[in-house]
Every structure is written in C-alpha cells, then in structure tokens.
Ligand binder design. Structure first.
Ligand SMILES: Cc1cc2nc3c(=O)[nH]c(=O)nc-3n(C[C@H](O)[C@H](O)[C@H](O)COP(=O)(O)O)c2cc1C
Length: 201
C-alpha cells in the first residue's frame, strides 16, 4: 500500500454533491462495473454483503423517479416543511445519464438485532454507497446520493421487492457547471467522555 494520506484527502475533497449533469456524456459498461466493484469492497457485518444494485439508464424510469421527487417536494410543503423546498430543482433526476439504486437486505445486518442495533445492513449499504461515490470521482464524474422520495413511490418504479430497503439512489454523470464546496464545521471532539474537551487537536 503506497497511497499517501494527501492523495486520499484530495479524493475526499474532490467528491462533492452534484445537482447538474451533462446528459449526453454516458458511462461505459466497464466503468459501471468498476463503480459497483468498488462498492462491494465495503465493510459489512459478518461479510453478509447485504447489497444489490439496480442500474438505471432508461429515460422513462428517470421520468417516473422525477415524478416521485416532485411528489416528495409537495408532501414536504403540504406538511409545513421549509418553503425553499418548493424552489429546489430536481431536474438532475432526468439529466443524469446513470442512476444506481443501492438496495440492502435487512436480514443481512449481522448480529445487531440481538442487542438493539438493527441498522447493520443500512450501515453497510452506506459504506458501499460512499465507496461507489469515491470510485466515480476517480473516473472524472460527479455524484449525488439522493433520498428525497417516499420509498413506497420508488419501489414499484424499479420493482424493489418488499424485503429489501433502498439505501439511496446514486445519480452519476459528467458535471455541468461548477459545483460549490459545502462548508465543513469544526469537528466536535471529546476526550474519553462526551462533553469533556479534547484540546490537543
Ligand atoms: C444519506 C444521504 C442522503 C442525501 N439525500 C440527498 C437528497 O435527497 N437530495 C440532495 O440534494 N442531496 C442529498 N444528499 C447530499 C447532501 O445534501 C450533501 O452530502 C451535503 O449537503 C454535503 O455536501 P457535499 O456532499 O457536497 O459535501 C444526501 C446525502 C446523504 C449522505
């Protein structure tokens, strides 16, 4: 292993959430395989590898996902959520040349169910998702991890079986325009006990 921290950190910084894509620049099948291969290297409880993937490229499916996103926006507004949601454009749903749905099987979450930690499969799926995002970044494309939908609306669109959970939709494509960096707050770090300042950082 010769990778330097600086190289890894550059990659971490280069990954930013993109919300505008060039529809016409497609990913090659080999690239899609590389992305999924990166995902499946993620740590996961008992190595049960709870994930599966739906690779979405069909325009009619993206259109339905867009409709699910618009319904989600409306639901937020109808339920007194923040008004800015009304102006939040989700055009990227139809722009992105590639969408990968990451699904997990909650029965493959390790032994956490025995001691009040039922999220193992989602945690594994999240690690998988981030691996994929970083892999996409190295290929020169942008990503967005998207969860702004009612799963009940999205399930039938891509035929997700009832026993699986949707970790998220990963939008992938060549970025259109500039992507601003999101500000990071100072980390909250304690020493030995929550609430005890860790001063040496
Ligand atoms: C679990 C999860 C769900 C997210 N869902 C959405 C989403 O539905 N829509 C969206 O625009 N961004 C979504 N994001 C992206 C976050 O808004 C973004 O990561 C955050 O603002 C930090 O920006 P950065 O990714 O550019 O560093 C999601 C991120 C995560 C980890």
């Amino acid at each position: 292993m010769t990778m330097k921290f600086a190289d890894l950190f550059s990659l971490l910084e280069a990954r930013k959430s993109c919300r505008s894509f060039q529809s016409e620049v497609l990913l090659k099948p080999e690239e899609i395989k590389m992305i999924i291969n990166a995902g499946r290297q993620a740590p996961n409880p008992l190595n049960q590898q709870p994930w599966s993937f739906v690779v979405i490229t069909a325009d009619e499916i993206k259109k339905k996902l867009r409709q699910a996103g618009e319904k989600a926006k409306q639901a937020v507004l109808d339920n007194g959520g923040p008004g800015w949601v009304g102006g939040f454009s989700i055009d990227f749903i139809e722009e992105a040349p590639l969408v990968i749905a990451v699904l997990v099987d909650p029965r493959k979450g390790g032994l956490g169910d025995y001691f009040n930690q039922p999220a193992g499969s989602i945690q594994a799926g999240s690690a998988c998702m981030l691996n994929m995002m970083l892999a996409v970044t190295t290929l020169g494309f942008g990503t967005l991890w998207f969860t702004f939908f009612d799963p009940a609306e999205v399930r039938p669109i891509i035929s997700v079986p009832d026993n699986l959970e949707i970790v998220g939709l990963l939008f992938v494509g060549k970025v259109a325009g500039d992507v601003p960096s999101s500000r990071r707050r100072d980390p909250v770090i304690y020493a030995d006990h929550f609430g005890v300042d860790y001063e040496s950082v």
